[in-house]
Ligand binder design. Structure first.
Ligand code: M6R
Length: 614
């Protein structure tokens, strides 16, 4: 939540920062602001609402020329989305300006302390205490980096702070605890940001900052220390995607682009996973095979869409490894005192790698001596750094707030992990694993097939424009797909949508069914025990009560066809892999309907892409 950009170098700071904020806006869009350092002090502009409001203001009254400044897009926590609460926040003397991502949990006592000294606050934010504390240190003669270290020592909670001091041109100081921050290393220019997309246009060389570190940045270099001032090692890395990946490339929405990118994203996630002998290799798993053989329970922990990917994975992992697998919502995990032992394997799933609830679950699991494997899409993010091992999904940047390629690549990464465990533990023969991998490798082409026929779904969205409520049903792995279909619709269309296990409907929710209610039903491939037939019966139950059925079934499923008011045909895939193709029409339906309703698909109300507060 909240996007941060800082720049120091020869270019116009306003241009670089506004460009960076455009790419950070997915992190929060309640307000935007910028502060630049000029010969006559700080110049600040900030505006409630989307970045476009700030841009309009700057077009009317541009900031003075400067090559050094900071900017922010906000997802409001403390204080409403007003001009006054927008960042940057300045110290009482107007000398220091700060932007912040996170929550300063002890802000009330710090604010009381400052007010007792006569400091008058200009906002309701927790951030302003950091600005005022830094200002007090700077006025007392401390250099900005020293001031930052002192102030960070007093703050509790989660924060990335980036500050400038009007009396120290050409220098930015930033700090992080439990919240993301990366440094971009250019030639004679430097950047700091919440995410590399902010500066990918200028450099692909980046440096990760560790927990509780402060970085001081000038045009020619950077110095990293701990909060107590000891030099800290830095971790430079090369970003393996470029500007085009962070742009819409002709699509109206990032979400739509990302839906269409799924065949490539899944193919990339599968790439390079076999050795010369055809064995599955997961180079990133730095956990001993002997230790993996001792695992007696797997717990998957994640939030939102990533949680639903975990629900899908459970079916496959238990089936292939015969190890019990639980799936937990990260924000609930540590509060219920879960039974975690050194032989529990905790698998966390997070596209951003910064989700605070998931991060706290990891810390809790590691305190109980469990091993943690992260499934993540963001190189160098906090979650993989704090885990024992990581499997990266290679989806490229996901910018639309509603996750799409994140979901499908997370499922694939979980499957790779499940098959790897089966290989190590000997619960599947090598040829069985290779057969499954062969089937997985065909999935990108099958996904493409679904995308090629997607116009039918656009037509369906037009038909349902007036609906206020929709239901989604599935069984087995189709159940999490139903949940995901409903979540997509809630997030961006703001409609009432719920996903249910198809068999559970008659235990209560069927009372919701009335004439004309659209119900999407994910029908499993034919021939898997009674699974398929049971779902076909469930379709008949709701249809008999007036529901309008949208049936997603595999091509040639003549048993489902008669009960479908609308039939969306899916390519034939094994049951466990069906979510990878079945979810696509549901993602596209939500995107299309939200577009028709005139909503901002990439920046839905009240949401942010990366949820870095608990
Ligand atoms: O970055 P993460 O995968 O950890 O994010 C988890 C959820 O916040 C995320 O999936 C959220 O539910 C999406 N907006 C769903 O589209």
């Amino acid at each position: 939540m909240c996007g941060i950009v800082g720049y120091v170098g020869p270019r116009s700071a306003q241009d670089v920062i506004i460009g960076g904020l455009r790419r950070m806006e997915y992190r929060g869009y309640d307000s935007a602001g910028i502060a630049v350092v000029t010969d006559s002090g700080l110049a600040v502009a900030k505006k409630a609402g989307k970045l476009a409001n700030l841009i309009t203001e700057l077009a009317d009254s541009p900031l003075p020329p400067s090559s050094h400044g900071i900017g922010h897009t906000r997802w409001a926590t403390h204080g409403g989305p007003t001009d006054g609460n927008a960042h940057p926040h300045a110290s009482y003397s107007g000398r220091v300006a700060v932007v912040h991502n996170g929550i300063i949990e002890n802000f009330a006592s710090l604010r009381a302390e400052l007010e007792a000294e006569g400091v008058v606050f200009a906002s309701e934010t927790d951030t302003e205490v950091a600005a005022q504390l830094l200002g007090r240190e700077a006025e007392g003669g401390a250099a900005l980096a020293d001031a930052m270290r002192t102030v960070c020592g007093r703050l509790e909670g989660a924060f990335t702070l980036v500050a400038v001091d009007a009396r120290t041109p050409g220098r930015i100081v930033a700090a992080r605890r439990n919240s993301p921050l990366v440094v971009g290393v250019g030639e004679g220019e430097m950047f700091v940001a919440s995410d590399v997309a902010a500066f990918i246009e200028y450099t692909r060389e980046a440096v990760e900052l560790g927990q509780d570190q402060v970085v001081e940045v000038t045009p020619d270099g950077y110095a990293v220390t701990t909060f107590t001032g000891e030099p800290a090692p830095s971790h430079p890395y090369h970003i393996d995607w470029d500007l085009s990946a962070a742009e819409k490339g002709g699509y109206d929405w990032f979400m739509r682009k990302e839906i269409f990118e799924q065949p490539r994203a899944v193919a990339d996630t599968l790439l390079g996973r076999l050795d010369a002998e055809g064995n599955l290799v997961l180079d990133e798993i730095r956990i001993d095979d002997a230790e993996l053989r001792r695992v007696d329970k797997i717990v998957i922990v994640a939030c939102g869409t990533a949680f639903y990917a975990g629900l899908v994975a459970k079916y496959a992992i238990e089936h292939w490894t015969r190890v019990p697998c639980e799936v937990e919502i990260a924000s609930e995990f540590r509060y219920r005192d879960p039974i975690i032992t050194p032989t529990t394997l905790v698998v966390t799933i997070s596209q951003s790698g910064e989700t605070a609830d998931t991060l706290m679950a990891i810390r809790h699991a590691r305190e109980q001596n469990a091993k943690v494997i992260a499934i993540c899409n963001t190189n160098g993010a906090t979650i993989p750094r704090e885990s024992d091992a990581v499997i990266y999904t290679h989806a490229g940047p996901e910018i639309g707030v509603a996750s799409t390629k994140g979901f499908t690549t997370q499922i694939v990464a979980c499957y790779l992990l499940g098959l790897y465990l089966a290989q190590v533990r000997g619960t599947k023969f090598g040829d069985e694993i290779r057969d499954l991998l062969d089937e997985l490798e065909q999935i990108p082409a099958k996904m493409q097939q679904v995308l090629d026929g997607i116009d039918q779904v656009a037509e369906l969205a037009r038909r349902f424009v007036g609906q206020r409520s929709l239901l989604f049903l599935g069984r087995h792995v189709g159940y999490p797909v139903a949940l995901e279909g409903a979540l997509k619709l809630k997030e961006i269309s703001y409609l009432h949508a719920e996903g249910f296990p198809a068999g559970e409907l008659k235990h209560g929710p069927i009372a919701l069914v009335e004439e004309g209610l659209p119900i999407f039903v994910v029908v499993p491939p034919q021939g898997r025990d009674q699974l398929h037939d049971k779902v076909v019966s469930n379709i008949q139950e709701v249809r008999a009560r007036g529901a309008l059925t949208v049936v997603l079934a595999e091509q040639g499923d003549e048993e489902a066809r008669p009960f479908a008011d609308v039939l969306i045909e899916l390519p034939h895939v094994p049951t466990l892999f069906q979510p990878l193709v079945a979810v696509i029409p549901l993602q596209f339906f939500a995107c299309e309907l939200a577009t028709l309703l005139g909503h901002d698909v990439d920046q839905p109300r009240n949401l942010a892409k990366s949820v870095t507060v608990e």
